[in-house]
Design a protein around this ligand. Structure first.
Ligand SMILES: NC(=O)c1ccc[n+]([C@@H]2O[C@H](COP(=O)([O-])OP(=O)(O)OC[C@H]3O[C@@H](n4cnc5c(N)ncnc54)[C@H](O)[C@@H]3O)[C@@H](O)[C@H]2O)c1
Length: 438
């Protein structure tokens, strides 16, 4: 359903009227398209304190983002602040000194990316200074407006963070703001950045429509051979998606006891590189009014079958080394929502699953495990929400608008890339920095 308010505020009278009335003024976001695949403009690379062991490597990574590195730019599209060197709280003055003079001039749809170091468990001064960056970035994201976003990346090396920086400094991350992303040290081999999934097979559940269809489309754009899965009753739409993307349709209910085995045999002999658990359902009702037949299916589809099929595909060796699993949580799983005790429980369970599985999956199977947590995304599901609640969902985030399925898809594609091997155990919100939840 079209966001008429967003369209209206994009016109001169709309801007005038909404400014006079003090109403939100969302900017049309610059998303990836073949015509405009990169953010355009200058990139300002700053270092809090003037020195960082990452400077040389970071400079060459940033030079590959397609933005123009310009020292002292007065109107940057992106500002990257290396704050990895903060050791103690007086150093936080350096963050203010670096960003205060430039923040006002960051262009519409621009990015502020702050780079931090892992928070030390044993040095409480370093921990205080580095954790402070989290509150700083989340507040800045709420202040920036005009389609601009702020993100904190905690990194150990600029090389391992390259795929994350490329994502954040591109139109692909248009609806991701206020996030804290931890990047580890895993290395990756050479790859084609335009088609990072070339030669790889990706399975997307719930791909007959909505977000899943968009995920399959973006993974195919990035070079993957896609297998799209949905319930047998959605077969017609599923086949249409598969044909459009040159992929394969697999009509299967993921709650079937043997779903994992049937996926494995459909994927033999080459196995699977990217597993996207997107299928999900809601059966909303307040707990006091919720019979078990509305509770159980939600837990079963959204959580238990994700566990069961992931275990089956890992244990059978179907998921190839260097592969990735991306599951779908929701901001409801973090903030809670009236009428969604079942749904929020299932989505919070996904976050627990990802956190606990990630370290062992990397060590034993060489696979990364992450989740995306969408906020308000414009789909058939949200078009059915009553108007007032829908408007609240759209506006109550830092970007003042709903996301599109492609926003979740782009985030999934970044997490699925072999270049993102160093990102694991994370739940990344795709919510325009929704005011709900942390
Ligand atoms: N739309 C949003 O704003 C939003 C917000 C947060 C999270 N999410 C999550 O994103 C995912 C996709 O959401 P959507 O809005 O595209 O939903 P959707 O209802 O449009 O699509 C979900 C798909 O999953 C399929 N599916 C359901 N049960 C299945 C089963 N047992 N086996 C196989 N396939 C099954 C459905 O047939 C459907 O095609 C879901 O996990 C949802 O919970 C969506």
């Amino acid at each position: 359903m079209a966001d008429r308010y967003l369209n209206f505020t994009g016109t001169a009278p709309g801007r005038f009227l909404t400014r006079k009335l003090g109403l939100p003024q969302p900017s049309a976001l610059h998303r990836w398209s073949p015509e405009r695949p990169h953010l355009e403009g200058e990139l300002l690379h700053l270092t809090a304190g003037g020195e960082s062991p990452h400077t040389a490597e970071l400079t060459s990574v940033l030079a590959r983002t397609h933005l123009t590195p310009t020292p002292g730019s007065s109107r940057p599209t992106a500002v990257v602040l290396d704050a990895t060197g903060l050791r103690d709280t007086p150093d936080l003055a350096l963050v203010h000194a670096a960003l205060h003079p430039v923040v006002r001039s960051v262009a519409e749809n621009g990015r502020v990316v702050v780079l931090g170091a892992p928070v030390s468990p044993s040095d409480h001064h370093q921990a205080a200074a580095q954790q402070a960056l989290e509150g700083f970035v989340r507040s800045l994201g709420k202040e920036l407006g005009r389609g601009r976003t702020a993100t904190l990346v905690r990194m150990r090396s600029a090389a391992a963070a390259e795929s994350t920086l490329r994502f954040l400094l591109s139109p692909r991350s248009a609806y991701v703001s206020g996030q804290v992303i931890e990047v580890g040290e895993a290395e990756h081999g050479p790859l084609d950045w335009d088609r990072p999934l070339a030669g790889r097979t990706a399975l997307v559940t719930g791909a007959a429509r909505g977000i899943g269809e968009a995920v399959a489309e973006v993974l195919a754009r990035d070079g993957a051979q896609v297998v799209v899965l949905d319930v047998p009753s959605a077969r017609q739409d599923l086949v249409r998606v598969a044909e459009r993307l040159g992929g394969t349709a697999l009509a299967l209910d993921i709650t079937a006891d043997d779903a994992g085995e049937r996926m494995a045999s459909a994927l033999a002999p080459g196995g699977l590189d990217v597993l996207v658990h997107n299928a999900g359902i809601t059966r909303d009702r307040k707990l006091a009014n919720m019979p078990a037949d509305r509770w159980n299916p939600v837990l079963d589809v959204n959580l238990t079958s994700v566990l069961r099929t992931t275990d089956a595909l890992l244990k059978s060796g179907t998921l190839n080394r260097g592969g990735s699993v991306v599951a779908t949580a929701s901001i409801a799983g973090m903030a809670g929502n009236v009428g969604q005790t079942n749904y929020a429980a299932s989505k919070a369970g996904i976050i627990g699953l990802v956190r606990a599985l990630a370290p062992g999956a990397l060590e034993e199977y060489g696979v990364s495990v992450n989740a995306v947590a969408p906020g308000f995304i414009e789909t058939k599901m949200t078009a059915a929400v009553p108007l007032f609640i829908r408007e609240a969902g759209r506006r109550m985030n830092s970007l003042g608008q709903g996301g599109l399925p492609v926003d979740v898809a782009e985030t999934t594609a970044w997490l699925s890339s072999p270049a993102s091997a160093a990102v694991t155990g994370q739940t990344i919100r795709v919510c325009g920095q929704s005011l709900l939840g942390a």
